[in-house]
Design a binder for this molecule. Sequence first.
Ligand code: S3P
Length: 432
Amino acid sequence: MGGGMSPAAASGSVVSPTARPLSGSVSVPGDKSIGHRALILAAVARGRSRIRGLPDAGDLAATIDAVRSLGASVDPGPEIRVEGRGWEGLREADAPLDCRRSGTTMRLLAGVSAGRPFRTVLTGHRQLLRRPMGRVAAPLRALGAEVLLGDGDVAPIDIRGGGLTGTEVGLPVASAQVKSAALLAGLQARGVTAVTETVPTRDHTERLLAWLGAPVERTGRRTTVRAHQVDGFAIDVPGDLSSAAALLAAAALVPGSDVRVTGVGLNPGRTGFLRTLERMGARVEVRPVGGGPEPAGDVRVVHGPLRPIEIAAAEVVPMIDELPLLAVVATVAEGPTVVRGAAELRVKESDRIEGVVAGLRRLGVEAEALEDGFVIHGPSRLRGGRVDARGDHRLAMAFAVAALAASEPVRVDGMGFAFDSFPGFLDALEAL
Ligand code: S3P
């Protein structure tokens, strides 16, 4: 199955230390998490939708191709037009759906497929075929879908869906992807589906559904949903805070920097990194703007001397994708930064604990991997060298940020993987 690594993505880039502080105001491409959900809900909606602000990024392309295979028509561009089929109009795909390296594509579409009375097989790049899928199979089986996995509970996911009945679903792992899969299945089930999380995760799916008039209700960590057919919609997707975080981390790292990113999503389930930078001693200013289903605004980070920090399990979820950036920023803090309760990092696009620790050590940083996190001993003088992004967009961007503060240029192997979420990342960095 395809989803192979393109030569461009695999190629490396040399990132040179910055001679000056970073300064200026930039925008970033639209939010990948919200984008997947908007594309999927548009595909299952009745009628036309318009989605503005999404980048031509690898992970979103995987979702677009997959919903096309299920029968939706998608016309890409700065404004994506989707002709939805309604639940009943989706059709069995001719071949397995290739989710490439995108876990969100795979897990959310598993939820859609669970409710459809046909067979869907979800597969992808070998990197995705190593990630845990038992967590998404369990709730979908509880609702009545037949879900087969490969040995070790990995994809391909082979689903025979339809005939779902709502039930109480408890999710042992804190995962917005799994929660969203259960809710998308619940929208197609008889009766009430109730999903309870251990820790509240990003609620993009719930917000979009409520905004579209679906019967979704939240009380604390429990969310209920009933069967519903959404209609087509028009949405402006805010900038991706996880992409902005790379630029803001660069501002926190390089003395004298002052960087503003405009129009980014500020979902409280995603803003943990901003709170952390502030606690470490950077100046963080947030100016909310706009309306729509998601809070959004401008964020400014001004460099300041940084203190080390200890991050415990409860703080991990709202900054899960930013932890590699935190590791980089921690290299200049005055003492050891410790992250615990983040074992999930081991099952992302790569093992991010091993990856970030190995990369930073190559650059001369004293860093240790823990079973469920890492320790970075600051302050460390970053030197030049060669690091491997391990096919992971977040590691590629984190190492490029580290390079800005290094004494010599850094070669980042796999820099092109940044394209999975942030096409134009190096240009944005250069603009600052
Ligand atoms: C995402 C949820 C998180 C996050 C991922 C995107 C989402 O994953 O790491 O980048 O869009 O729901 P988990 O749900 O596996 O924690």
